[in-house]
Write a protein that binds this ligand. Structure first.
Ligand SMILES: Cc1cc2nc3c(=O)[nH]c(=O)nc-3n(C[C@H](O)[C@H](O)[C@H](O)COP(=O)(O)OP(=O)(O)OC[C@H]3O[C@@H](n4cnc5c(N)ncnc54)[C@H](O)[C@@H]3O)c2cc1C
Length: 336
């Protein structure tokens, strides 16, 4: 028979929002055994932005336990022992593949069931892959993405294996910019490719982008704008050797890093909660259309007072604050 465990509170997802929510639960006096975090990742919640920065340094690279939450906002580092001391169960390496909000049951890939009274959805985003579009050769080896610590470890291994080689970075957003810089300081010959007229087009004006592009160019990063990767060549081992661009250019590559955006992980809840702008719709306290179910971090589409409209925000500070808000404002009523 499938195993079943019950918790008063479950946080689904073990990223930034989950870690900050756990700290707030502890502040609000959650009792041992009441709260569980269920995460696909094998490690306790950590500050995800470190993965594209200190984690990729050629020397003195950041490693856990150095960047567990809540160190990113100047708080105490929540080591795995912190959770056990508070009686908060960390259920790691556990992917939830089914969520039934009517019976308040989550089912893992291994068939275990978890029931709850209050659920916090903190599943974050997943990266968009070029294989999703059927781009020719996009499943070759050494075409890499970055979202979780496992991806960062693969990237570090490829950087070490191909050091001094040629790297192509696909995408001109913050991931593309940060990874181009990281590959450059790891002695790669780096080319960035993106279809827009300038980098970070959603955030930067042409002038601001020109400043950054000049800075990167001076550091030796080549920037190709207004074109995109339409295919990849690989050798007999399946390792990528070249990137084919829409304008006909072919770039040699030992390693390709793709940063073309993410999408919020809401599929488990399709048809069960109201959605808006690609995320799960919440009120100002991050409660969804289903009472007792909250959405925090990247997945939440919430009323942003400043703009007087519903917005979804992929930002680490929002993850921290939405988590604290959801626990503090509403769940504190339930705890006492
Ligand atoms: C490389 C990188 C660098 C970044 N740098 C910055 C930055 O400099 N500044 C900034 O503001 N933002 C940055 N961001 C964005 C920021 O990290 C995110 O906005 C933030 O992590 C979102 O927090 P979250 O808790 O909603 O999701 P996440 O931190 O992504 O956590 C989601 C968690 O849910 C788990 N999960 C998902 N689905 C399931 C499932 N079905 N079962 C079990 N577990 C599941 C995931 O494995 C993960 O542990 C960066 C993101 C990345 C990837």
């Amino acid at each position: 028979m499938a195993s079943e465990k019950h918790f008063k509170y479950v946080i689904l997802g073990g990223g930034v929002a989950a870690g900050y929510a756990a700290r707030e639960f502890a502040k609000q006096g959650v009792k041992p055994g009441e709260l569980a975090i269920i995460s696909k990742e094998a490690v306790a919640p950590y500050e995800r932005p470190a993965l594209s920065k200190g984690y990729l340094f050629p020397t003195n690279a950041a490693r856990l336990p150095g960047f567990y939450v809540c160190v990113g906002s100047g708080g105490e580092k929540l080591l795995p022992e912190w959770y056990s001391e508070k009686g908060i169960e960390l259920i790691l390496s556990t992917e939830i593949v089914k969520a039934d909000l009517s019976t308040k049951t989550l089912t893992s890939a291994a068939g275990a069931n978890f029931t709850y009274e209050i659920l916090l959805i903190a599943t974050g985003s997943s990266v968009i892959k070029l294989t999703d579009f059927g781009t020719q050769g996009a499943d070759s080896n050494n075409i890499l993405y970055l979202r979780e610590i496992d991806d960062a470890d693969k990237l570090v291994a490829a950087i070490q294996a191909k050091k001094g080689g040629k790297a192509v970075v696909v995408g001109g957003g913050y991931i593309g910019l940060e990874l181009s810089a990281a590959l450059k300081i790891n002695d790669f010959d780096v080319t960035m490719v993106f279809p827009e007229p300038w980098c970070m087009p959603r955030l930067f004006t042409a002038d601001i982008a020109a400043f950054y592009e000049a800075y990167y160019t001076n550091k030796g990063v080549k920037i190709l704008k207004g074109t995109l990767a339409v295919g990849f060549d690989a050798d007999a081992n399946g390792d990528v050797t070249a990137v084919k661009l829409k304008d006909g250019t072919v770039l040699e590559a030992d390693i390709v890093v793709v940063g073309v955006g993410g999408r919020p992980l809401t599929t488990l809840f399709k048809g069960q909660v109201a959605e808006e702008k690609g995320g799960i719709k919440t009120d100002a306290s991050f409660e969804t259309s289903v009472p007792g179910v909250y959405a925090i971090g990247d997945v939440a589409t919430f009323p942003l007072k400043m703009y007087n409209e519903l917005r979804r925000v992929e930002h680490v500070d929002h993850s921290r604050k939405s988590a604290e808000q959801a626990v503090k404002v509403w769940l504190s009523f339930v705890i006492y």
